[in-house]
Design a protein around this ligand. Structure first.
Ligand code: GLU
Length: 474
């Protein structure tokens, strides 16, 4: 960017929780600022009071913080261009409204709702789209602030503009109209407010969703009337639901980003997942740390086509990031979900191998997958299943007896996973059929078709309980 300092912003409206799409916009804007050693601003666009949901601002801040996104200026920390709530910037909008009025680019809307409805009907009858500018009053009255203030489109013409992602775009004259700058309630519209804020805050790049493309000609006509050079437009691709081209549904991401936090996804994994929704590094690399992303992220590699959410991929990525954690951290997180009786260091590996996010530990417990490790939960099972493949009950009984005999020789303190394993393997070797030895032991200890290996179960249960379950099997 030469010597121009990059300034980006995330400008959510406080209308509820943050979902994947919103957070992805924030992430791209943030990464671009960080990569260029620029400034990232958080601005709250709270001028539509009817749509506002209480607590949203705190929720937005919490969501961004969870992900690890920080800002240089924002409502909670202030900054050079404070305030960062649009509702507190009304003076700015009035100032620019006056400039537009004085230059003949804005006028009070003289019509009542009924009159506008009549115009609308008329256009409909004439079979043409309703454009306010076709009914623009001849004489502009004085604006007293109680009526809506409209923009007088200076020149009805086609616009051509460039978007970093979409390339050259254009729209015909039908895209232009005299839109509202300030509503009757005194609050500005998005169309007006964001342009003034971006100007005053020195924003160089606008990252936003594609729903704003159709309004861009209007924005351009306003930039022109104000004599400002528009920022660079970076339109992000839509996010599509898992497994189809539909809009994002509840399961695949139109849910609160903080729900992912509650489910035990790692923020660094979520960041990694989000960045690949519409951006690619141009290499095969898929796992990125935050530090790497701040180096390699590039708006020139944002794709045009929709980005599909794939929740299996999120789980895979989460696991990859979990593997980077310190052993202690892994143990503490797993323990925080485990009932005390299972908080055994030996179980950490067993559990870790089977989860892709922390809350999976809870699911494992609920599914009874750890029951075999509980001394108090004697397994109940179908005894015919003790018999391995083509073997016979007699052979299995004999093997179990040999196992018991051998394990009995180990004293309590030597009843480690290693020793149990060596003992069982030796018998398996002598018998010449591994399955006929290991299967009945595993099944007798766990009572499950699928379970961790018998060595770890035995070492956790201890000598007494192990022998008692084997005895019972006989
Ligand atoms: N307040 C707008 C929204 O929430 C932001 C659009 C923009 O980034 O300019 O969708």
């Amino acid at each position: 960017m030469g010597d121009i300092k990059v300034v980006t912003r995330f400008a959510p409206s406080p209308t509820g929780f943050m979902h994947i799409g919103g957070v992805r916009t924030a992430l791209f804007a943030w990464l671009w600022a960080r990569k260029n050693k620029g400034t990232f601003i958080l601005r709250i666009e709270d001028t539509d009071k009817a749509r506002e949901v209480e607590g949203s601002i705190e929720h937005i801040i919490k969501s961004l913080r969870w992900l690890g996104i920080d800002w240089d200026e924002g409502p909670d920390i202030g900054g050079l261009n404070a305030p960062y709530l649009q509702s507190k910037r009304l003076d700015s909008y009035k100032k620019y409204a006056q400039i537009l009025i004085d230059s003949g680019h804005a006028y009070p809307d003289p019509y009542t709702k009924e009159e506008l409805d009549t115009f609308r009907k008329k256009s409909e009858q004439e079979n043409k789209p309703f454009l306010y500018r076709d009914y623009r009053p001849k004489d502009f009255g004085v604006w007293d602030g109680t009526r809506a203030l409209r923009f007088k489109t200076p020149e009805i013409k086609s616009y051509h503009w460039n978007d970093v992602v979409r390339g050259d775009l254009s729209a015909g004259v039908e895209a232009l109209d005299d839109f509202i700058l300030i509503k009757g309630d005194g609050y500005p519209t998005y169309n007006f407010a964001h342009i003034i804020d971006d100007l005053e805050m020195g924003v160089t790049h606008i990252m936003r969703a594609d729903e704003f493309i159709s309004s861009t000609p209007k924005f351009l006509s306003l930039y022109e009337a104000l004599g400002i050079t528009p920022p660079i437009f970076v339109t992000l691709p839509p996010i599509l639901a898992d497994g189809g081209n539909k809009k994002l549904g509840k399961r695949d991401g139109a849910k609160d980003i903080l729900d992912y936090a509650k489910e035990g996804y790692l923020p660094q994994a979520m960041m990694n997942f989000l960045v690949l929704l519409g951006w690619n590094p141009g290499t095969e690399k898929e796992i990125f740390t935050e530090g790497e992303l701040k180096e390699v992220f590039d708006i020139n590699r944002i794709q045009v086509s929709g980005a599909q959410v794939n929740l299996d991929k999120l789980d895979w990525m989460n696991k990859e990031h979990m593997k980077k954690l310190l052993a202690d951290e892994i143990q503490n997180n797993i323990f925080s979900y485990l009932p005390e009786e299972f908080q055994n260091e030996k179980l950490v590996g067993v559990v870790f191998e089977r989860i892709s996010k922390w809350s999976d530990v809870k699911s494992m417990i609920e599914a009874g997958e750890l029951d075999c490790f509980s001394k108090s939960k004697t397994p109940h099972y179908d005894k015919t299943k003790l018999v391995y493949k083509n073997s016979t009950p007699e052979k299995i009984t004999q093997n179990l007896k040999s196992v018991i005999q051998a394990l009995e020789a180990l004293n309590e303190n030597d009843f480690t996973m290693e020793n149990v394993k060596n003992t069982l393997m030796l018998i398996a070797e002598i018998e010449g059929n591994r399955g006929e030895v290991l299967h009945p032991v595993r099944y007798a200890l766990s009572g499950k078709d699928k379970s961790p290996d018998p060595f770890i179960i035995a070492s956790i249960l201890g000598k007494n309980e192990t022998l008692s379950r084997l005895q019972k099997a006989i």
